[in-house]
Design a protein around this ligand. Structure first.
Ligand code: HEC
Ligand code: HEC
Length: 260
């Protein structure tokens, strides 16, 4: 027993030394970036009211700061992991590049204005994020990236016709509502607490069902693939067409049960 205790103490000591040196490796700037990344108030720099009001979302609601394929935590986030951001060199399908890339926190400056402060996409200035904060976020992305590559993906910027076509295709597919319920919990509950309760996202299932459920399903499929004002789009490598069809089957089932 005593041997076991001293072994545990030794293991604990080694673990804390390893932890301590790892923590030490992160610069103050990267540490600030880590805090900004997880904080919906962005260290109190966002206003709770006013024109650019904080939505209460943080970067961490939509992006992992770890490798999701290596260490999945069960959640499905709308954005990709920020591992590898400094190596991408451009963002938003090339719209943010060159010197603007670092100044816009690798594209995070867009999300900062749009998702954290509800600025309409057309009015977003991705380099409006304070320089100190952009630098801190990039320092954090560099610290967690190290020699890793991060997820490989291609952003498809869909125009309205492509969104509508995707919506129609998905709405015509048969879905598995049980799987849809699980996917809804893993992906959507962060903003839609349940289909019947409004959070930052709308209440999806109401006591009175829509007049035409099929039309609603097409509109919703378009919204999930294409995004809305604050509703993020889900790229096809994050939710497949079948995944979205499953979620819609679940929502339809909820609607039909409520209408009864
Ligand atoms: C409501 C969800 C949401 C929030 C909140 C959010 N993002 Fe994003 N972000 C997305 C989506 C969706 C994309 C596009 C898909 C992708 O690139 O992963 C994206 C893209 C990005 C990209 C990459 C752009 C590209 O084209 O390569 C970066 C970097 C990024 N976000 C950082 C941030 C940072 C930093 C914050 C916090 C200030 C943040 N995001 C907040 C959803 C969000
Ligand atoms: C970051 C927050 C956020 C996440 C995550 C999110 N939504 Fe939304 N969603 C919203 C907001 C806000 C709206 C309302 C208006 C808008 O932005 O388009 C909305 C609107 C919608 C609508 C349209 C409702 C209508 O009647 O017009 C549907 C359908 C929807 N969301 C489904 C989903 C599904 C399914 C998921 C998960 C795959 C999801 N949302 C994830 C924030 C979110």
């Amino acid at each position: 027993m005593r041997k076991f205790v001293s072994f545990s103490v030794a293991a604990l000591l080694i673990a804390s030394v390893v932890f301590f040196t790892q923590a030490q490796q992160m610069s103050d700037k990267a540490q600030l970036g880590r805090e900004l990344f997880h904080d919906p108030t962005f260290k109190g720099t966002l206003s709770p009211t006013g024109k650019k009001a904080a939505t209460g979302l943080s970067c961490a609601n939509c992006h992992a700061d770890f490798d999701e394929t290596e260490k999945p935590d069960g959640l499905i986030r709308a954005g990709h992991s920020v591992i590898g951001v400094p190596k991408r060199g451009s963002a938003k399908g090339g719209m943010i590049a060159g010197a603007n890339f670092a100044r816009a926190a690798g594209g995070g400056g867009f999300c900062y204005e749009h998702f954290l402060q509800r600025v309409a996409p057309a009015d977003v200035n991705p380099t409006a994020i304070p320089e100190e904060h952009a630098e801190a976020l990039m320092a954090y992305f560099e610290a967690i990236t190290g020699d890793k590559e991060g997820p490989q993906f291609k952003i498809e910027m869909l125009d309205n016709d492509a969104k509508a076509a995707a919506g129609e295709k998905i709405a015509a597919m048969k879905g598995d509502s049980k799987n849809g319920w699980q996917l809804f919990g893993r992906a959507c509950v962060v903003c839609h607490p349940t289909p019947k309760k409004a959070g930052i996202g709308s209440q999806l299932v109401r006591s009175r069902p829509p007049r035409n459920i099929d039309t609603t399903m097409t509109r919703w499929a378009t919204k999930i693939r294409g995004g809305g004002s604050l509703m993020p789009f889900y790229a096809s490598d994050i939710l497949s067409d079948q995944d979205i069809a499953d979620i819609l089957a679940f929502l339809r089932e909820q609607m039909e049960a409520t209408a009864r």
